[in-house]
Design a binder for this molecule. Sequence first.
Ligand code: ADP
Ligand code: MG
Length: 981
Amino acid sequence: MSKPNRRGYSNNYRSDNSKHNRYGKNREQTSDDTEESAAQNDFQTRKQTRGRPAGLSGKEIGLYYKDLAMKKRSGLTGACSSASRSSLRDTKYFSLDPDVERMIKSSLETVNTSYGKGKILTIVGDKPKIEDKYTHIRDSEFKRNFLNIISISIQEKLAKSMSMKVKLVKNESLDEQLKEDQKLRKSAPEYVKMMDFRRKLPSYKMKEEILKTVDSNQVVVISGETGCGKTTQIPQFILDDAIEKGNGSRTKIICTQPRRISAISVAERVAFERAENPGKSVGYAIRLEKTEPRDYGSILFCTTGILLKYMQSDPALLDYSHIVLDEIHERNTESDFIITLLKQVIPKRPNIKIILMSATLNAERFSQYYELCPIINIPGFTYPVSSLYLEDVIQLTRFKFPPPPNAPTNYKKHLKPFKEKQKQFEDFNDFIEPALRQMEFEKSYPPYVINELRNPTSEELSLGLIQALLQHISETKETGAILVFLPGIMDITNLCKNLSASGRFPSHKFQIYPLHSRLPTVEQKLIFKIPPAGIRKIIIATSIAETSITIEDVVYVIDCGKTKLTRFDAAKNIEILKPEWISLANARQRRGRAGRVQPGVCYHLFSKAREMTFEEYPTPEMLRTPLEQVILQVKILQLGRVDVFLGSVMDPPEEKAIEVALNLLKNLNALDNNETLTPLGYHLARLPLDPRTGKMILWASMFSCVEPVFAIAASLSFKDAFYCPINKEEEVNAAKLKLGLGQFSDHIALAEALRQFEKGSDGQTRRFCSDHFLSSNILRLLTEMKQQFTQYLYEMKFLDSSNPSDERANKNSHNLEVVKAIVCAGLYPNIAIVQNTGSFVKLKTVEDGTVKIHPGSINAREKKLPTSYVTYFLKQKSTAIFLHDTTCVNETALIFATPQCLIRPQGIRSIITLNQSISFICKQSTAEIIKKLKNELNQLLEHKINHPEPVKWESQEGDVLRAIVRFISQSNGGEEENAAK
Ligand code: ADP
Ligand code: MG
């Protein structure tokens, strides 16, 4: 067989697949194997005579008919062809190429792995002795660390760390040196200049009170208007006071920020105010980037995630004297988590100081959570901001909303969404009418305004209205920057495009900046600059500009009133992302942004009546999202039982959500049945990644396909590098297809995009990116992340080099079947079953029934998919349930990816059951091979996870892995390839 390469392989793939019929049976194979023919005949006979898939027995038959009855009741089978009905429980015939089978068999015969066999103890009962369970792991740094984590509680760990050497010890000569340093700083002209500015900030006037309160209390809550100087000033007050009192050597402040961009911009700002560069008394640490300050007498700004990571190795935070948690009002999971954790740390470290800072909301709740600790309120300093509502904006712009849509006449399928809309409109009507009647009675607005408010589409985001309003402000209002709040990044991109296409916002008169958390930090810095006279700055932002970034020269705010929130539906295990009305607290913050330098105006694009329905505060993130990562952190910090710990947070998540997440982690084998971290879970918890992506890169390092899989994992944990300009959907799809190498996989397309991007020269890559609708900024970040992942796995000892393109880490990178199988293993159990109806593709999952491939996916336009299964990362419900990114995977990949297959003989055949809806029927000899292969694989994985070290390809480990690779790629082509290495 020819040596496979990227392109060559894809050709083989297509032709290979065309040889298979729906049951995976290889038709071109003129096998004289009677056993197989018998099985196949029997299968078809049964299928014809009984109408259910062959190979089902006992309980399975019952389940099949139960399924069928359920689908019938829900009307799902009515329109189904008999072909799709027969696969409600998906049983297919599975066969291996006889050559491949023979080769795998012979290579496994010689394998006699000495690790593990028979030694891995299965623990029965509730309270196993943890050490006993892992006697088969030989002593190593890994084992010690792992056992240390799983066998010690946080309380014991805290007690233990108390006797550890504290870094912050008094050092008089250092203290003197720091004092001198401070004196010098104070005479520096830049410092003096900045002091003039700082003195004017409202927080400055509270300096003494803040210092006194912090000094005499262990926990203090500080609240104050955005921009009053909490973030930039308070850590400096504490540091400078300590230095001046001769305590510099014992002071190190850590100040957390919820976002990467604010950690950097704040650190740079504070260093600038101190007339230094980051790296001396001020530093920052975010994922992938850090400039650390000195170990004492300094402030470290970092993301909440980084503090969490520190706490994993040092829960008592012995390196720090002050913990400042900033922006806690945002209630993101990580900061809620730290708040809960710190509550346990406080009694153990009487000298540590905790300062909780929040914008002017709900400070009392945090104080209550911390046994009524004192609250300092920094009085406001914003100029008055006048508020206008939708009714006023309509009056100013005379904007007309589009009429509500008519009932659909063309497609029946549009009817249901239409009816849902209709219902929403009726609700809207019930809600708005009383308010409109009041307005009519008071004659407060002209009739055309009231008519527009009566139109239900006036509550939908209208970029047209925003554009009209921007024009109105630019033409009629004094100078001053305009800040627009929009729900999501897509809306921002669209508005930017509309504005430039309109021709009314030429660049010699306007500077238009998008602002969201995913912009590269360099671009974000431009936003603070005050534009030259005669040019108006327009910033179009997500809620990031609410509290964490202050843009001084904003005078006008346009608030669309919505924000995009991810909500997690625990019952369906699905994330839903949709724009929702903001809370009153958010609206207040947005309004406040207009009054930084002079009185301002805020244009709220919702009616006064609508505002009355807003919640007081936003819902905490922990109540909106899946909890796997949180749970892994709970586990690695040994905070005991998940339900107990998460029960003690400020607003505990639903028990159901905890259960779903625990199950996913048990499925991944990250937790055992006693909810204790497994060695795999331990590795995953130390990777700052979604556990599935973490598993993916661990396996990729073992299977030596680092480059493509790490690229895919980076993109899954960051974002897609492809962008899609409006009305270019077809061109984008064509570009993706070119990069997809005929693999029917968004993941492969991305990996290929990054590969080509990295190998090109500067000029070529620019061209390449624009030709393929790729963002070079994102690709560059993905390259960095790939590098970072490699570094992690090198440090964890799974790779022998920190270079992602190291040959030893990429023996199978050319083998796209292996890459897809590893992706599938990482994403497991996210599998959808494909039903090719002939004219279109139908997909279903066990939990949801019918699902759709998102139009942005490479597979969305296919009339037929080459495999019976699709794996996906993200499933989201909007107008339908969409699988966002998909990869077609075949039977072998699926068998490989499924952690526990049930294999049992039945007559002359065997049944391989993967899960409640997918099973295969095959020859007994094939089943034997699969059983052996899975066994070897599981043992090898367990061994590797327990003894982290790079795979020795020339040993028996290599033989096992090669056999698996051969199985996955259903070829013996890997033979020469690997033999050559
Ligand atoms: P708070 O944390 O209370 O919202 P900050 O400490 O972030 O306030 O900001 C205080 C003031 O410092 C802001 O009003 C702004 O004027 C100024 N400032 C903060 N960051 C920057 C920056 N990167 N560039 C210019 N000015 C800044
Ligand atoms: Mg702040």
